[in-house]
Write a protein that binds this ligand. Structure first.
Ligand code: PRX
Length: 586
């Protein structure tokens, strides 16, 4: 049964390092080191039909191409939620995405390069709409369903979105009157009142044609726009292009080890990059069968889904694994999870305890993968063919150069902490920060190294070890939250004079959001006020951005120029020395 052996040895700097060697296991990437030595990304281009034809479109490679092969009747998508249970073959996906493209064409003025947003819970229509828009050469902006008005507004305004697909329930969060570019709203619901602007998407799909002439694009044309948070300013729109498919596909093979017989389940929501790169594009490019499970997280529902659909490759996040771990092993034993071949993780540090637990309860390895919205696809991973060092993210993909550099740009010695950087030019690299050339350029050092904003170290075997963010970005339950966005919203509350927001370490969620608040005159700290402030963020931004902890302070630490010093707040919280206070006001 046991498929690994644990070897503990003394690391160079004296700490104990454990590696878990695979004893059995047959992975497609046989020899990491050999492949990494010679592989170049253009070697992977021959996997695509445009390599021969010159005609490029991600959606063609993801769907239509398979319909011309034995995969035409293969299930592309199993969909299940509380009320729906459906399956769609590759031929169905082609027909449905063609219908969606025809609907967009008929009812809106969307042209190649325009932005269409999709703001709704997981549902088959979300997938049809997204892929249909891609077939038109339109850039898709997916929005997580939990976003509230303020967050929705910022994103639609910045991208000048022309159309949106949403549900009647979410409509009141879209301030349509304040969005001059937003011309058409496609509503997915059972009874939709239509006007010139509001189109009943499902009804329109029914009568639309299943044939559509795909818009061929340039490899470097825009595909998808994901808004994500930095430590300063409003959320930034990260643009990826069709050429990203090269890395999506190749990583599905090397890292996910996906095969034709697999049932693949990525639990991420398409509002986040994992849910598009590895919830839509990657598995479809690889011709895989995917499960999409709607509804909320529940250990029983999740294990039942693995059992029922015989999931063999499962991609989720440390927070979810920690919650499953917390739910206890007896619930695992009520399910037959023997279909699992291997398990993968992304979004936050994968704790060694979780890896050990996975070995015990699933008898499977959990492979860590490191990447980010800006990288578009997996970058540093633990591959099946390599031993796992629990606590390490693994090694760069063949074709990727990663390094640890100091603040002057020098590569540092092994085991030294520094900035995790990636050599510019990988296929799925962001190509723009929407409307913000300056910020885009500032993401690279000397137009050469991309700054991830993470600090890490590399060991003498070339494994990378994550340490934390170098900026103030918060990762809570695997979701990335910018403190600035939360602070700006807090300041809109009448009671609040000043606000500073930090990530506080949490055993389950990785970090939770903690807000330090100074009140305006006439307001007194109280538990009721805390709840009211939490509600204010939940309603104004989103539930996941609401501070779980609030602490009232007379005054917050600020620089002389008036900037809140989050570093000092964090030091207070963690009872650490605050560091250099020379820029702090009296
Ligand atoms: O800090 C790193 C953390 O998540 C950040 C990127 O967040 P986001 O753009 O939302 O993308 C998340 C999923 C692709 C990174 O800068 N992160 C991501 N993966 C890992 C990780 N931290 C530690 N270990 C990982 N495997």
């Amino acid at each position: 049964m046991v498929e690994y052996k644990s070897i503990v040895y003394e690391g160079v700097i004296g700490m104990k390092v454990e590696t878990l060697e695979v004893i059995q296991g047959d992975y497609m990437l046989k020899d990491y080191a050999e492949t990494a030595k010679t592989f170049q990304w253009k070697d992977a281009e021959k996997n695509f039909s445009w390599f021969e034809t010159g005609k490029v479109n991600m959606a063609y490679e993801a769907i239509d191409r398979h319909v011309e092969t034995d995969r035409k009747d293969k299930v592309a998508l199993f969909y299940q939620d509380a009320v729906r249970k459906e399956s769609y073959s590759y031929t169905d996906m082609k027909n449905q995405s063609n219908k969606a493209a025809n609907v967009f064409k008929q009812y809106s003025n969307l042209l190649k390069g325009d932005r269409l947003f999709i703001f709704m819970p997981k549902s088959p229509e979300l997938y049809f709409g997204l892929l249909g828009a891609v077939k038109m050469g339109v850039i898709v902006g997916p929005l997580f369903e939990a976003f509230m008005e303020g967050a929705v507004y910022d994103r639609l305004l910045d991208s000048e979105a022309k159309a949106i697909v949403t549900t009647p329930e979410l409509l009141n969060r879209i301030p349509i009157d304040k969005l001059p570019n937003l011309e058409t709203v496609f509503l997915v619901g059972d009874s939709v009142e239509e006007t010139d602007k509001y189109i009943d998407f499902k009804k329109a799909l029914e009568s639309a044609s299943t044939s559509f002439d795909i818009e061929w694009v340039d490899k470097e044309d825009g595909l998808i726009l994901h808004y994500t948070s930095g430590s300063t300013g409003k959320p930034k729109g990260i643009l990826h292009v069709h050429y990203a498919m090269v890395q999506h596909y190749q990583s599905m093979k090397w890292v996910m080890d996906i095969r034709d017989e697999d049932i693949y389940w990525c639990t991420a929501d398409p509002g986040w990059v994992t849910g598009t790169s590895y919830g839509i594009f990657g598995p479809l490019l690889a011709g895989a069968t995917s499960l999409v499970l709607g509804g909320r997280f529940s250990p029983d529902a999740w294990y039942s889904a693995i059992e029922e659909y015989k999931v063999s490759v499962w991609y989720s996040a440390p927070t979810a694994y920690r919650m499953l771990m917390g739910a206890g092993d007896s619930i695992v034993n009520q399910h037959d999870l023997s279909s699992l071949r291997h398990v993968l993780s992304v979004g936050e540090p994968l704790n060694p305890e979780v890896i050990k637990w996975g070995m015990q309860v699933f008898n499977k390895r959990i492979h860590d993968t490191w990447w980010m919205t800006e990288t578009g696809a997996q970058m540093i991973c633990n591959y099946g063919c390599m031993p796992i060092k629990p606590g390490s993210m693994g090694k760069p993909l063949p074709g990727i150069t990663a390094a640890i550099i100091d603040n002057q740009g020098n590569v540092v010695a092994p085991y030294t902490m520094g900035n995790l950087v990636i050599k510019k030019g990988w296929p799925s690299m962001m190509r723009q920060i929407w409307n913000n050339k300056e910020k885009y350029e500032a993401s690279f050092m000397n137009d050469d190294w991309y700054f991830s904003g993470d600090s890490a170290s590399m060991d003498e075997d070339g494994y990378f070890w994550f340490q934390g963010r170098v900026d103030d970005v918060i990762m809570t339950s695997g979701e990335r939250v910018g403190p600035f966005e939360v602070e700006s919203k807090l300041l809109e509350h009448p009671a609040i004079l000043e606000a500073g927001v930090i990530g506080k370490p949490d055993p389950i969620r990785g970090e939770i959001i903690k807000a330090f608040i100074a009140l305006n005159e006439g307001y007194a700290p109280s538990d009721e006020l805390k709840v009211e402030i939490q509600q204010f963020i939940k309603k104004g931004l989103s539930a996941h951005a609401a501070p779980r902890e609030i602490e009232f302070k007379e005054k917050l630490p600020k620089t002389r120029s008036g900037k809140i010093m989050r570093r000092v707040l964090k030091a207070w919280e963690l009872k650490l020395p605050p560091g250099d206070l020379s820029t702090m006001e009296d």
